[in-house]
Design a protein around this ligand. Sequence first.
Ligand code: RNT
Ligand code: ZN
Length: 418
Amino acid sequence: MSVAQAYELAKARYADFGIDTDAAIAKALATPISLHCWQADDVAGFETKPAGLDGGGIMATGNYPGRARNGDEARADIAMAMSLIPGRQRVNVHASYSETDHHVDRDQMDATCFQQWIDWAKAKGVCLDFNPTFFAHPKAEDGFTLSHRDEAIRTFWVQHGKACRKIAEAMAHAQGSPCYVNWWTPDGSKDIPADRFGPRARMAHSYDEIMADTSVDTTQCVDFIESKLFGIGSESYVVSSAEFCADYAISRGMGLCMDMGHFHPTETIDGKISSHLQFMDKILLHVSRPVRWDSDHVVLFNDDLKNVFLEIQRGNAWERVIIALDFFDASINRIGAYVTGTRAARKGILYALLDPTPQLQAYEAEGKNAQRLALMEAFKSMPFAAAWDQLCEQAGVPVAADWLSDMETYERDVLAQR
Ligand code: RNT
Ligand code: ZN
């Protein structure tokens, strides 16, 4: 049976419940997903650095061949992945992906360091998002940046933050639409701190200093602060915790970023969205998949993912939730990681858009909670696959796993030659 034939049957089935599958597909395709540039090179970055200047912070595990070694390779890989992913995409660049012929330290960066990304995005017709990079730098080596007790180090990172907002504003102007900026700092400690207050006070103060630059147009450079529970080397204390970030964002009129992997292992974020959106205009999501201690496995079409998008659908909050990806797996073909993860996110969006929300909410209002539960359950086995295949076909990308041969050809011709 062709995709079109299967879709006609599925369409009729959903129509029985008053759901317009054509409209859902159109909306799912139009919903932007921001692809993170850092899956292409395992979060290494492309800064020109003097020998010996390095520093950790985030770790990708695995050494699958074919890692992008420079901006051109990363952009080629991202473009390849994008050609196999349906729907509207943005590209999310980190400050550590600056490209210059000489060393420009983080506090000195400006938009010219990202000219190649800006030109490429324009040529591809995609918008860029941006992230200051508070890791992979000698001044982040001891685990503290914006909350550092050394005033000189703290000031360096404040300068980086200020520079990043200017860069984001320039990107927004170049693309004629806002650039979403995500603020994540690794600050924290491996073991029990004796002072949790001090770093948090300094962190808040640093952010206040960065955001005090009122020359930046906040309709164009739109800031979000990302929380975390723990990381490698920050198991006992993370300065920018969930409470810190939510309180900071609300008190300063800033956005909040929730990464799906940054909470307790059984804690999910879907139920939090309706709380934050009572008090904030917009939130940013880092769509990710936590496994044990790792927060960044390749995204899959699992319950956690579906529930996040169902929550957006049921709260009619599509305009208020910005969707970005955050995963990195260096142990498999990186194009495959991008395509599987991003397609799963798009699939989750379509799945939510095909939810019988009005009927479920009507049952709830009438106190018919058995009916509500039964319909939710029944919808798990609706002919969703036919709608998803139709979306892919409509977008001109391979259906199901038919993209694997393209990935393998690219691996043979391009990745294996690196
Ligand atoms: C780290 C955060 C952060 C990074 C990216 C590279 O735990 O999730 O978002 O993954 O900024
Ligand atoms: Zn994240």
